[in-house]
Design a protein around this ligand. Structure first.
Ligand SMILES: NC(=O)c1ccc[n+]([C@@H]2O[C@H](COP(=O)([O-])OP(=O)(O)OC[C@H]3O[C@@H](n4cnc5c(N)ncnc54)[C@H](O)[C@@H]3O)[C@@H](O)[C@H]2O)c1
Length: 279
């Protein structure tokens, strides 16, 4: 997808962090914006910083883990701007616990927001994007957690590995169909955002997570510190995404220092070694 001006972008999780910076970049590119988030007040405040005229902007409160709400988002986006050209399935949440301390509700929440959201997004947007006949692109936000298996983040890792393979599968299918719609997967390492405070968005139906203790608490503390100390910013992620979309590049892995860990995992697999601990 080469042309952004006067095209329409839908961005989920746009009230904060990477989603907000994707919105800022899309606005600067001259796109119409449909911004979705579960935190509507924060979304309104964030959108006000974009300086967009009302006719180029639609805000929609959306819980992306719920199929009916993603379907409503798609209907609203197509109705408002007559088409969708860039879909960023970006909303996500993190949870840090040892695997045996994840409750069923923890799994359902994290997989719902991080993986089912992308499934719903593809299901409710892509057929209509293909029918449009215009160039378009889907960007799924995964994580380097979708390429590695860092301890203390089982549900998060499973969700992001799911997003990576879903995106790779879709890439092959869109290429085989010679579609004008492309797909990329964004795999950041640590970026200073509010991801370590994800519990703020945990819907009541999942209850609260049990407070972390022992090893889970140590992992939680380390994750929070790692997020805060991330060197690349959310704006850097948005810049990398727009470069990749313009070039039709699939893998967007802005933190190149993580390559050695990815290589180590691949070598473990190829040599049938036990997984090298990531610390
Ligand atoms: N920050 C990092 O270190 C990092 C690293 C790798 C991947 N990611 C991924 O980047 C994406 C964006 O996260 P971020 O770092 O900007 O965090 P963030 O918490 O700053 O932003 C996430 C946004 O998603 C929204 N959200 C949460 N649950 C939702 C739901 N059910 N429906 C709709 N919106 C919901 C939040 O309200 C928030 O605005 C996520 O998919 C995350 O997994 C982040």
């Amino acid at each position: 997808m080469k042309q952004f001006r006067d095209r329409s972008a839908v961005i989920t999780g746009a009230a904060s962090g990477i989603g907000l910076e994707l919105a800022r970049r899309a606005a600067a590119e001259g796109m119409n914006l449909v911004l979705a988030d579960i935190e509507h007040g924060k979304l309104e405040a964030a959108a006000a910083t974009l300086g967009l005229p009302a006719e180029r902007l639609l805000l929609q409160k959306t819980d992306v883990s719920r199929e009916d709400e993603v379907a409503a988002l798609a209907a609203a986006a197509f109705a408002r701007f007559g088409g969708v050209h860039l879909l960023c399935n970006n909303a996500g949440v993190g949870l840090t616990r040892v695997t045996w301390e994840h409750s069923t509700a923890d799994w359902e929440w994290v997989l719902g927001v991080n993986l089912w959201s992308v499934i719903h997004g593809i299901h409710h947007f892509l057929p209509k994007m293909l029918e449009q006949g215009d160039a378009g692109h889907i960007v799924n936000t995964a994580s380097v957690a979708g390429l590695l298996s860092t301890p203390g983040m089982a549900a998060y890792n499973v969700s992001k590995h799911g997003v990576v393979t879903l995106s790779e599968t879709l890439y092959g299918e869109l290429a085989a169909a010679q579609a004008k719609v492309g797909v990329s997967v964004l795999c950041p390492a640590w970026v200073p955002t509010a991801i370590h405070q994800s519990a703020r968005n945990r819907p009541d139906r999942f209850g609260s997570a049990t407070p972390a203790a022992g090893l889970s608490a140590a992992y939680e503390e380390r994750m929070g510190q790692a997020v805060k100390s991330g060197r690349l910013t959310a704006a850097d992620m948005a810049a990398a995404v727009f470069d990749a979309v313009g070039e039709g590049r699939f893998y967007v892995i802005p933190h190149r220092k993580i390559n050695h860990a990815i290589q180590l995992r691949m070598d473990d697999i190829m040599q049938l070694r036990n997984p090298t601990p990531l610390g």
